[in-house]
Ligand binder design. Structure first.
Ligand SMILES: *Cc1c(COP(=O)(O)O)cnc(C)c1O
Length: 394
C-alpha cells in the first residue's frame, strides 16, 4: 500500500463513524466498467456499487441529464411537482406492468422503499403482522431491519418492530404462516445479500395464491433484482404473477440515491393524503437521473442482452473448473458463486490484487453484478482474472 491510500485510510478511520467497515481501497474515478484507485490502479468493476451502476461509471447520457437538471432545477419540496417526477412514475408503472391502476411513492433509498411498504401493510384491514424470510435482507433502518433476519445486524438494536415473523424459505413454512391475520408477506424474489439465493421452484406462484386467498399483501423487494438486472425489468415478470407492490432502488438511477414503492391494483388505494412523505423523495434531480438511466437501458436494448451476458459469465466461471466452485446461482447479471470452502474473502482479495472487483456476500458465496453495459471483451477479461484468483486460493 502506498502513502496516498494509507493516508486516506487513516483519515477515514479518524473521521468516519465506527459503523463503517474499513475500505478495501479509496476510489477516485470511473469510466464504463472500470474504476481507478488513488494510486492510478485500474479495476474491472463486476460489483457496480452492489447492482447500482447499471450504466457503469460516468455514462455520458447520465452525466448530461444530471448536469443539465442541476443547472435548471434540483429540488422543490413536495408542495410542488416536476415533469421528471411525473414521467418517472409513469415509466415505472409501464415497465412494471402496474398500468393504469398502479401508483408510485418516491423515497431516497432501498430502506425507505421498504419503510413505505411496511406502512402500506399497516393499512391492510387493520392487520399488523408481517411475514418475512429467515435469510432476508431488507435494509438497516429500524423498520427494514425488523424484516432483515441476520442476528449480527439485529441483536444490538432490539426491541425492533413487533409482529414480524421470520419463516424458512420453504413452501411448507409459507403454507403454515399465511392466514387471515397477516398484513403482508415481504420477500426478495432472489435473496441478494444472502449470496444470490433463489427461492424454491413455485414459491412465488404459491405465495401469490395464498396471499390472494387470505387478503395478504404480497410485497416483493426488487431493490437488487430490479432495473433489468435479471433479464426482465423486474424478476417477478419471469414468474407470471402480479404482486401488490414492489420496492425498487439500487440500479434505477445509476448511482443517484432514490427508492420507490410501486403499488398494483387495489393496493394503490391504501395510502391516504398526508400519510407518508419525504423531503427529498422524487426530487427533479433524482428522478431525472432515473429517467435517463431507464431510458438508456431501454434505448440500448440492455435488458434483452442480460441473459446471454449472464450465461457468458457463468460459462467463464465453469470453464475455470475450480474445485472451489460448487455451483453458480441467480439470474441474468445477478450471479452467486457457491463455494465448497469458506474462502470467499480470500478469493475477493486475490481478484482485487489482479484488478477485478467482485464481492463476498458470505464466507461461502461470491456475488457478481457487473454494469448492464458490460461487453463480451470485459466478460472475457473477468473470466481470466477470476480463474487466476480461484487458482491463487485453491
Ligand atoms: C440494498 C438492499 C436494500 C436496502 O437498500 P438501501 O438503499 O441500502 O437502504 C433492501 N433490500 C434489498 C434486497 C437490497 O439489496
Amino acid at each position: 500500500m502506498t502513502t496516498t491510500t494509507e493516508t486516506w485510510t487513516n483519515r477515514f478511520g479518524a473521521a468516519m463513524m465506527g459503523s463503517a467497515p474499513p475500505p478495501t481501497a479509496v476510489l477516485v474515478r470511473g469510466e464504463g466498467c472500470y474504476v481507478w484507485d488513488a494510486e492510478g490502479n485500474r479495476y474491472l468493476d463486476f460489483l457496480a456499487g452492489i447492482a447500482v451502476n447499471s450504466l457503469g461509471h460516468a455514462h455520458p447520457v447520465l452525466v448530461e441529464a444530471v448536469s443539465r437538471q442541476i443547472a435548471t432545477l434540483a429540488h422543490i419540496s413536495n408542495y410542488f411537482a416536476s415533469p421528471s417526477q411525473i414521467e418517472l412514475a409513469e415509466r415505472l408503472k409501464r415497465i412494471s406492468g402496474a398500468g393504469d391502476r398502479g401508483r408510485v411513492y418516491f423515497g431516497n433509498s432501498g430502506a425507505e422503499a421498504i419503510e413505505a411498504a411496511i406502512k402500506l401493510s399497516r393499512l391492510n384491514q387493520g392487520r399488523t403482522k408481517i411475514v418475512a424470510l429467515t435469510n432476508a435482507f431488507h435494509g438497516r433502518t429500524m423498520g427494514s431491519l425488523s424484516l432483515t433476519a441476520k442476528p449480527a445486524m439485529r441483536d444490538a438494536f432490539q426491541p425492533l418492530l413487533p409482529g414480524v415473523e421470520h419463516i424458512d424459505a420453504t413452501i411448507e413454512a409459507l403454507e403454515a404462516a399465511i392466514d387471515d391475520t397477516v398484513a403482508a408477506l415481504i420477500v426478495e424474489p432472489i435473496q441478494g445479500e444472502a449470496g444470490v439465493v433463489e427461492l424454491p421452484d413455485g414459491y412465488l406462484e404459491r405465495a401469490r395464491e395464498l396471499t390472494a386467498k387470505h387478503g395478504v399483501l404480497l410485497i416483493l423487494d426488487e431493490i437488487q433484482t430490479g432495473a433489468g438486472r435479471t433479464g426482465t425489468w423486474f424478476y417477478f415478470q419471469q414468474k407470471g404473477i402480479v404482486p401488490d407492490a414492489i420496492a425498487v432502488a439500487k440500479g434505477i438511477a445509476g448511482g443517484v440515491p432514490i427508492g420507490a414503492l410501486v403499488t398494483f391494483g387495489n393496493a394503490s388505494d391504501l395510502f391516504q393524503r398526508g400519510q407518508h412523505g419525504s423531503t427529498f423523495g422524487g426530487n427533479p434531480l433524482a428522478t431525472t437521473a432515473a429517467n435517463a438511466v431507464l431510458g438508456e437501458i431501454e434505448r440500448a436494448g440492455l435488458v434483452e442482452a442480460v441473459a446471454s451476458k449472464g450465461e457468458r459469465i457463468r460459462n467463464g466461471i465453469e470453464a475455470a473448473n475450480s474445485p472451489l466452485v460448487a455451483e453458480t446461482r441467480g439470474a441474468g447479471l445477478l450471479i452467486g458463486v457457491g463455494l465448497t470452502k469458506p474462502v470467499a474473502h480470500e478469493i475477493v482479495a486475490a481478484a482485487f490484487g489482479l484488478g477485478l472487483i467482485v464481492n463476498a456476500a458470505s464466507e461461502t458465496s461470491i456475488r457478481i453484478a457487473p454494469p448492464l453495459i458490460v461487453s463480451d471483451t470485459e466478460i472475457d477479461e473477468f473470466a481470466i482474472k477470476f480463474t487466476k484468483a480461484l487458482e491463487a486460493v485453491a
